[in-house]
Design a protein around this ligand. Structure first.
Ligand SMILES: C[S@@+](CC[C@H](N)C(=O)[O-])C[C@H]1O[C@@H](n2cnc3c(N)ncnc32)[C@H](O)[C@@H]1O
Length: 418
């Protein structure tokens, strides 16, 4: 690889090379070394999250494993933008990526003097097992387990999670996991979802939330078979990927308590009624309790019914996002504030465009005016980061439709007065 074949780029506080021929390609596996500018929001939020993790849950200096580093941009940004890192493993299975990582480390004048940097070309599962084994065979020596593991694969992360739990710290370890197989998680390929995540998805208006909850359920189950549990502190959707940040814990009673957060979402295909259930779908009456349609009910699950975010953590991220000067600052701020407001709301959301079309409204009311009306009637309501044109509420779907119709009447009245 010669310098004339490389192009220099900048992201956050890092400069880095990518292959010039990759520059004109749509980001995909076909690149010499993968880089996707659009994933900058993922890297920005990861840096905010790791700084907040260090402040709130683990004040020691931390060890990070970036198990699928590609050009190394994520790791280099961590080294330049985060405090208190003691060691980082920068790994990728692609030899061309590893060569580029070495060049990029030099370009940023990083070396082993202050922070231990270990670059490797291994299969991520092999790396996790190796780390776990070093710990297993050196029980008397105090070799520290990684505090943070980052998993950022092409498509599903499903086959890396089990071994990651063997490598990571058992208490307050931080997992940062991306899934880009959204066609699977959002129910476009339901059989693939059953196979990969052992859950049935649903391709409906709130499939993004269902997909995120299926991924959380899967990660939590993998934790359970390793005698661990996870506490999600931020789970978000953006640009066709889902990202989960979750802390590990090992208290048996807490694991059992968290297993009660698994369950199902029941959805009526005819009237849009939805509810949650801790029982299996087959224990539930197949008739919709709202429209009485006999074969209307369908389900998604098993999935995670607990909270998606931790308020304290998200608030800390919002504060640091205002201090950092990230390119994506505004978008991150919007996403995090919506995450805060949706956290205590019921599961699922209603897309206003879809509802308006369904009742044949000649216009689409403003989300804010609907929220105001719902609040006036004493119900809980918020927007959601999953879909900017949707609302979360405990008001029943038929009453929401009535509000939309009222807004239309009011609009017609205003028009006739004018
Ligand atoms: C989506 S890219 C990672 C992007 C990178 N984290 C970033 O922020 O730019 C996925 C990377 O995983 C690597 N990879 C694929 N399978 C792997 C495996 N089994 N173990 C380690 N790395 C793997 C690929 O070579 C590719 O560089």
């Amino acid at each position: 690889m010669e310098e004339k074949d490389l192009t220099i780029k900048r992201e956050g506080l890092a400069n880095f090379y990518i292959h010039t021929i990759d520059n004109s390609l749509i980001p995909s596996k076909a690149m010499n070394v993968f880089y996707n500018k659009k994933m900058v929001i993922n890297r920005d939020i990861t840096n905010l999250a790791i700084n907040a993790y260090n402040e709130l849950y683990n004040p020691d200096s931390i060890i990070i494993v970036d198990s699928m580093a590609a050009s190394g941009i994520g790791s280099i940004r961590l080294l330049k933008e985060c405090k208190n890192i003691k060691k980082i493993y920068i790994n990728d299975i692609n030899p061309t990526a590893v060569e580029l990582i070495e060049k990029n480390i030099k370009l940023n004048k990083l070396d082993n003097t202050k922070i231990q940097i270990e670059i490797s070309r291994k299969d991520a599962n092999f790396l996790f097992s190796e780390i776990a084994q070093v710990n297993f065979f050196n029980l008397n020596k105090k070799i520290e387990k990684p505090d943070v593991i980052i998993i950022d694969p092409f498509g599903t992360p499903n086959h890396y999670i089990h071994s990651a739990f063997k490598a990571i710290k058992k208490v307050n370890g931080l997992l940062c996991i991306t899934a880009t197989d959204t066609t699977v998680l959002f129910g476009i390929k339901p059989k693939a979802c059953l196979r990969k995540y052992m859950s049935k998805p649903l391709h409906n208006e709130y499939c993004k939330e269902i997909g995120a909850r299926i991924l959380l359920y899967f990660i939590s189950r993998m934790a359970n078979i390793n005698n661990l549990g996870i506490h999600p502190i931020l789970t978000f959707y953006s640009n066709h990927f889902i990202r989960v940040f979750a802390l590990t814990f090992k208290k048996k009673e807490r694991i059992v308590k968290y297993i009660r957060k698994y369950g199902y979402i029941i959805h009526c295909r005819k009237c849009g009624f939805r509810t949650i259930s801790k029982n299996t779908f087959f224990d539930i009456s197949q008739k919709c309790p709202q429209c009485n349609f006999k074969q209307g009910l369908d389900y998604a699950g098993p999935l995670w019914l607990g909270k998606l975010h931790d308020i304290k953590f998200v608030e800390d991220l919002i504060i640091s996002n205002n201090i950092f000067k990230f390119e994506m600052k505004k978008r991150i701020n919007k996403l995090l504030n919506l995450a805060l407001s949706e956290n205590l709301m019921p599961i699922s959301y209603y897309n206003i465009h879809r509802l308006s079309e369904e009742i044949k409204l000649p216009f689409i009311p403003k989300v804010e005016s609907i929220i105001k009306k719902i609040k006036e009637r004493g119900y809980k309501v918020s927007r959601t980061h999953f879909d900017f044109l949707s609302i979360k509420t405990n008001m029943e779907i038929e009453l929401i439709k009535n509000i939309l119709l009222d807004l239309q009447k009011k609009r017609n009245l205003n028009k006739s007065v004018r």
